[in-house]
Every structure is written in structure tokens, then in C-alpha cells.
Design a protein around this ligand. Structure first.
Ligand SMILES: NC(=O)c1ccc[n+]([C@@H]2O[C@H](COP(=O)([O-])OP(=O)(O)OC[C@H]3O[C@@H](n4cnc5c(N)ncnc54)[C@H](O)[C@@H]3O)[C@@H](O)[C@H]2O)c1
Length: 268
């Protein structure tokens, strides 16, 4: 079960887990790329289902879990990759992102604290609703299924280096990811005695729609590449490999962890 599986890190997880023989459920706002991904997995001999999901909706998360059980009978592994970098973010809409970067740059030129003092509260709420509350809702819906079916399970959340580094600009994203980190640890403690492991991945900058506009911005080299010892963004597949490890029995004694595939961001 992969939320946010239509693009980027979630999509790479869907393909990686499918090659290991897993039945895949992709749940996402965007049906076009999600359905294309499930078709690709099925034509390669796998089994996959697409479910439309706004991860911020409790009912939609419950429906997602029910659809997975209906099709495959159980849920063993969940990756919560649905996320936004900004309240107006829509995966693949690079033009809007470029405009938001330009607007933020202009506002900062007038007021260097604008990203904090002029932050739109609806924008803040949407980031927290999707990234943090959405992760909670997905964990609630799927963990209950795992408990009911009395089988061990693994949940992998997607935080960020921003869980431990405020980065720059709006506080919404780092705060949401710090919340995902603590939620992961809390859920791990609650669910460990019940046979469910919960871990977080905190990627550095990864080459997906989410960083595509940033990669075109002037600040990119200074802020991202120069601060990443490996000197490049990661690939979604490199993050999917970490998710696969955390979901697998090879990680049987690992829970409540935050692992950073970040090209060395946290070395200094
Ligand atoms: N790309 C990076 O550099 C990076 C770094 C650290 C963490 N992350 C995190 O990784 C996760 C995946 O991001 P990505 O880089 O693959 O971005 P992406 O835009 O390629 O994929 C995100 C997916 O989440 C879906 N989504 C967004 N809002 C949703 C909602 N309300 N309900 C359901 N689905 C929704 C999108 O439609 C999209 O398919 C996010 O949580 C992101 O914050 C990304």
C-alpha cells in the first residue's frame, strides 16, 4: 500500500516492491499517472490496484484500506509517500511552482522575514493536513487492518532532512516533517508489542516533481548541491531501496528509526 504512489518516491517504491513480488496498491490524488503505473505493473506480470485518495480525508483513508483488503485480502506493508512542499503544490505543475519561488523571492527582497511573518494560514494548514495529518490518517486506517488480521506488518513514513533541519523559507514543510518523525516514533512504540514496525525515511533532495522547479532556480546550486557532499540529488529509486529494506524482514529489529538517504547532508 503506497500513498502518493502516482509519482516520484512513491512511484519508485511501487515498481521496486512489485519486482520483489508484492501486490501493489497505489493511492493518490492523481489518477492518470497512478493508473498508468498500475497498468505497467500488471503488464509486467504483477498485480496492482489504483485507489483515488485525498490523504487529508479520514473517510478516503478508510476507503483505501477497505479497497486493498477487498482486492488482496490483507495489508502487510504501507509506505506513506503522499506529500506536498507547499499548500498550493500539485505534483507535475512546474510552472506554478516556479511562480511561487519567484513570488517568495520578491517578498523576501522587501521583507527578509516574509516567509514567516506573512505566511498564509490556509497554506500552513494544508501542508500540515496533507503531510502530517494525512500520515496519521493513513497509519490509523492501515494499522487497524493489520491488527485485525493478526499478522505482522511494517509501516514506512516519508519525512525529510527537513524533520531535523529547518532549511529555509516557510516553516510549514519542516514543521510537518518534524511532526511525521515524532508521529513515527510514537506509533512505533504503540505498535511494537503488537507486531507492527514503524520507521521513517528522511530523504535529502531527490530528483522528483517536488524539486524540479527548485532545480531550475538560481539558489539551487548554492543551497542544495554545495551542501550535499555527494554533489547531486538522489534518485527516487535510491529512496525506494531504503523503503524496501525497512519493510523487509532484514529490518526485523528496526523500529522508530529515521534513516537519512541524503548524500551526506547530515555530516557537518
Ligand atoms: N523530492 C524530495 O527531494 C523529497 C525530499 C524529502 C522528502 N520528500 C517527501 O517525499 C514524499 C514524496 O515526494 P516526491 O518528491 O516523490 O514528490 P512527487 O510530487 O513526485 O510525489 C508526491 C505524490 O503525492 C501525491 N499527493 C500530494 N498530495 C496528496 C494528497 N492530498 N492525497 C494523496 N496524494 C497526494 C501527489 O499527487 C504525488 O503523486 C513527500 O512526502 C515529500 O515531502 C521528498
Amino acid at each position: 500500500m503506497i500513498t502518493g504512489g502516482s509519482n516520484g518516491i512513491g512511484l519508485a517504491c511501487a515498481h521496486r516492491f512489485a519486482t520483489e513480488g508484492a501486490n501493489i496498491v497505489i493511492a493518490d490524488l492523481l489518477a492518470g499517472p497512478g493508473t498508468a503505473a498500475t497498468e505497467a505493473i500488471e503488464s509486467a506480470g504483477g498485480a496492482a490496484l489504483f485507489v483515488e485518495l485525498d490523504v487529508a480525508s479520514p473517510e478516503a483513508n478508510q476507503a483505501m484500506a477497505a479497497a486493498a483488503v477487498d482486492r488482496f485480502g490483507a495489508i502487510d506493508v504501507v509506505v506513506t509517500a503522499a506529500g506536498v512542499s507547499d499548500g498550493g503544490y500539485r505534483s507535475g505543475d512546474i510552472e506554478s511552482q516556479l511562480k511561487r519561488i519567484a513570488t517568495a523571492r520578491e517578498a523576501a527582497a522587501v521583507n527578509p522575514a516574509a516567509a514567516l511573518t506573512e505566511l498564509d494560514i490556509d497554506n500552513w494548514r494544508r501542508v500540515l493536513d496533507v503531510n502530517l495529518t494525512g500520515t496519521l490518517l493513513s497509519i490509523q486506517a492501515t494499522a487497524q487492518v493489520m491488527l485485525d488480521q493478526q499478522r505482522p506488518g511494517a509501516i514506512v513514513t516519508i519525512a525529510s532532512i527537513a524533520a531535523r533541519d529547518p532549511l529555509w523559507g516557510s516553516p510549514s514543510y519542516p514543521v510537518s516533517k518534524a511532526g511525521v518523525w515524532m508521529l513515527t516514533k510514537n506509533a512505533a512504540r504503540t505498535l511494537a508489542p503488537l507486531g507492527i514496525r514503524v520507521n521513517a525515511i528522511g530523504p535529502g533532495f531527490v530528483d522528483t516533481n517536488m524539486t524540479a522547479a527548485l532545480a531550475q532556480a538560481d539558489e539551487y546550486h548554492h543551497r542544495v548541491i554545495e551542501n550535499t557532499p555527494m554533489g547531486r540529488r538522489g534518485t527516487p529509486e535510491e529512496i525506494a531501496n531504503v523503503a524496501l529494506f525497512l519493510a523487509s524482514d532484514e529490518a526485523s529489529y528496526v523500529t522508530g528509526e529515521l534513516i537519512h538517504p541524503d548524500g551526506g547532508w547530515f555530516t557537518g
